[in-house]
Design a protein around this ligand. Structure first.
Ligand SMILES: Nc1ncnc2c1ncn2[C@@H]1O[C@H](COP(=O)(O)OP(=O)(O)OP(=O)(O)O)[C@@H](O)[C@H]1O
Length: 721
């Protein structure tokens, strides 16, 4: 392609003169903030933070149009898609996101400038080094789209063939914006790159951008793992695990948590089925379990904690709390499985805080290395933040200081938080390991190690991180610490794996069935094939009206597609997934919580733990790969004794493997099992219905200690933080 074509496509600002400064200096926490400092050039290995830096010159990048593009692909004259070839290490971006601004334009350079496109596309990785398994996974995720996706005529998405796994797309936007355009290149090299035109969440007009992630455009014809952003020594975890750090250098500082008492103790009402929790059968396996408590007053908790529990609106404990609290107070290790929304968070926070109060823990600020007594980990950023906010309720008015750190936020900010004193450290795994390796956290005081969503923490990419965490020399051995694991699902293989982290005399509490769905959620599985899903979704959403609804899809791209599509249909929606910047994720969640956007389209990143008031519906537009994930997803509704509804679109072509486990989950939860589903299960069993191996990972059977998941489809991994 010649330069003029490129200019025609993106407008004459494509080659902004080097003297032109984009200057949109804003306050760090202002959502409309786009830039906060300027950059002189796209130096080769310079890691340029697109969201916070304006560009003075393009350096080598300026030449990209002449050098980098080889012809258009001719795929789609209307969309004027262009193919890329020959980019070494960078990318540009023009975009405006989430803002009210008009005609914002910015340029982004990741991984350093535009190189000359090496044969194998390895320019995407400035300093070659062996990728960790997690990085390879993450990079593999980006391979997502192959060839034309043909997904959606309305959205006018078009895919590419012949560019390895790249794609281009153009996407219409929500009601307010017109002519939004951005280009994005992911995954380094066109092996895994893509272009995209899209705009989400914006009221902006004529936004045009170019985005390139993970190392820019190598030739990447062999696909694969051609890009990382920064040179990192193998041991150093800039920004944490790749999941936490992939992408530009992060400067996002989240807004501070509320300080006033009313906001700290904000809660929602328990539902009419709250007392029905007591009807669940509880099994405790293991030797000498202490007696369950009947009320919070049964324990010898200090006055402040008792008051805080009351202020939090907890008048009586749920079954998981009744059994877990005395077990933890007795110093025992615990694995606890109870249905979604039944109060597992308080089941570990209350006794841990009670014990810390008894031991007289006090936070000491401004020590170079903090030594927390308790570490809590969870798989997603939003969830760990939620746990932190719960912890703030129970420690209110005490000397115990909880701190939260997670990926997608500025590392220095995390360090500053930790330095001010830290007794309970709530952290996502990547950021946690990073801070430990930086020497900001010492482990020898750890008395409580809590794994929330424990089956996920031991599976997927996090198993290795957890293994690493407990292997630090100063981490007390398992017989010297208390290890507590909670989840609504515990596949048997993960139970075995968990044993490695727990003392031999640990207790296992099961409320109801292991992995059972919450019976307050009315489940409805509909047979809907891929091409009719959108119509069905719109039909359902129109009938629902303004009630808060979570829609789960299987890929990050699709989350944006569907959110955009719904906006076009005049259904206010936003999206949350692992490719959105943390600031965007938090805005999306906030808008959903507040009701501003009653529909949140999400990947599995929102499947676990999130406790959002008045979520009345969960729609599995795409059913997940595993039955465990299904149970967590539908558990975003029907919480704390409230009722909710879940609809799942079952596509025979891709979901056959779920038929059998779905039948079990439905019948265990006393839900109607459709006849057609039993027939499908029968056909799958008899080998008459093909099973989609891409979606057939069941999260079990292949996990070994210290080893992260094997044989998991990229689409599943990509959904996680
Ligand atoms: N004893 C209680 N009394 C009243 N409300 C409670 C009690 N325990 C927990 N809750 C509330 O119930 C809601 C769900 O609790 P929580 O998020 O801990 O559930 P969970 O079991 O961890 O769910 P998930 O499996 O989805 O993570 C929260 O809003 C919490 O404040």
């Amino acid at each position: 392609m010649i330069e003029e074509d490129w200019n025609a496509e993106i407008g004459d600002e494509a080659l902004l003169p080097s003297i032109e400064k984009v200057n949109l200096l804003e306050k760090p926490n202002d959502p409309s903030s786009v830039f906060s400092r300027s950059v002189d050039s796209f130096g080769t290995d310079e890691f340029v933070d697109a969201q916070h830096q304006s560009v003075n010159s393009f350096g080598r990048g300026r030449n990209f149009a002449a050098k980098g593009f080889q012809g258009g692909n001719g795929e789609d004259a209307i969309m004027q898609n262009r193919g890329f070839k020959g980019f070494g290490q960078g990318f540009q971006e023009r975009n405006a996101v989430d803002g009210d601004s008009t005609q914002n334009r910015w340029f982004k350079g990741f991984g350093g400038g535009f190189g000359q496109g090496t044969k194998d596309g390895q320019r995407g990785m400035p300093q070659s080094r062996t990728l960790t398994f997690k990085e390879r996974q993450s990079l593999a995720d980006d391979a997502g789209f192959q060839g034309g996706n043909g997904e959606d005529a309305i959205m006018q998405n078009r895919g590419f063939k012949g560019f390895g796994q790249g794609f281009q797309e153009r996407n219409a936007v929500d009601g307010d914006s017109t002519q939004n355009r951005w280009f994005k290149g992911f995954g380094g090299g066109f092996g895994q790159g893509f272009q995209e035109r899209n705009a989400v969440d914006g009221a902006s007009t004529q936004n045009r951008g170019f985005k390139g992630f993970r190392g820019g455009f190598g030739q990447g014809t062999k696909g694969g793992q051609r890009s990382t952003l920064q040179s990192r020594t193998p041991g150093s975890r800039e920004g944490g695990a790749l999941a936490d750090s992939a992408g530009p250098k992060v400067t996002y500082v989240p807004p501070p948590p509320p300080e006033d008492e009313q906001a700290i103790f904000a809660r929602y009402q328990t539902g009419m089925n709250f007392d029905k929790y007591d009807e669940n059968i509880v099994e405790v396996s293991g030797l000498d379990p202490p007696a369950a408590l009947m009320s919070f007053a049964d324990t010898n908790m200090c006055h402040t904690l008792t008051v805080n529990i009351a202020k939090a609106g907890y008048s009586k404990p749920t079954p998981v709390q009744k059994y877990s609290i005395p077990i933890i107070l007795a110093g025992r290790d615990l694995m606890a499985c109870a249905q979604t929304g039944s109060g597992k968070t308080a089941a570990f926070l209350v006794p841990v805080v009670a014990q810390m109060m008894k031991d007289g823990v006090t936070a000491s600020s401004f020590k170079e290395q903090q030594e927390p007594e308790c570490i809590i980990t969870a798989p997603t950023r939003e969830l760990i933040n939620q746990i932190f906010l719960e912890a703030r309720k129970f420690v209110y008015g005490t000397c115990i200081r909880p701190v939260v750190i997670y990926g997608g936020t500025q590392t220095d900010y995390s360090i500053r938080q930790v330095k001010q004193g830290c007794n309970i450290l709530c952290a996502t795994p990547g950021r946690l390991l990073d801070i430990i390796e930086r020497g900001k956290i010492g482990l020898h005081n750890v008395k409580y190690l809590v794994l929330d969503e424990a089956d996920r923490m031991l599976d997927m990419g996090f198993g290795a991180d957890m293994k690493k965490l407990v292997s630090f020399p100063d981490m007390p051995q398992k017989d010297k610490r208390q290890t507590l694991m909670f989840s609504a699902t515990f596949p048997e293989e993960v139970q075995r794996l968990a044993g490695e982290f727990l003392k031999t005399d640990f207790l296992f509490v099961v409320v109801g069935h292991v992995g059972g769905a919450c019976s307050d959620v009315q489940q409805n599985i509909l047979q809907v094939s891929q091409y009719f899903k959108r119509d069905k979704l719109v039909e359902i959403l129109h009938s629902i009206g303004n009630e808060r609804t979570l829609v789960f899809v299987d890929t990050k791209k699709k989350a944006d597609f569907i959110a955009c599509f719904l906006c076009q249909e005049n259904i206010p929606a936003t999206s949350i997934h692992g490719d959105r910047e943390q600031r965007e994720r938090e805005i999306a969640l906030r808008d959903f919580r507040s009701g501003k956007c009653p529909v949140l389209v999400a990947t599995s990143v929102a499947a676990r733990g999130l406790d959002i008031e008045r979520v009345q519906h969960v729609i599995n537009f795409d059913l997940p790969s595993t039955i465990e994930e299904y149970v967590h997803r539908i558990g975003r509704t029907g919480r704390c004794g409230n009722t909710g509804k879940a609809v799942g679109f079952f596509d025979n072509n891709s979901d056959g493997h779920l038929a059998q486990p779905l039948i079990k989950v439905l019948s265990d939860a006393q839900q109607e099992v459709p006849l057609w589903l039993t027939e499908v299960a029968f056909e799958v069993e008899g080998g008459r219905l093909p099973v989609n191996t891409q979606k057939n990972y069941r999260g079990r059977g292949k996990v070994t200690a210290g080893e992260v998941k094997i044989g998991c489809p990229a689409r599943e991994i990509e959904s996680w933080d």
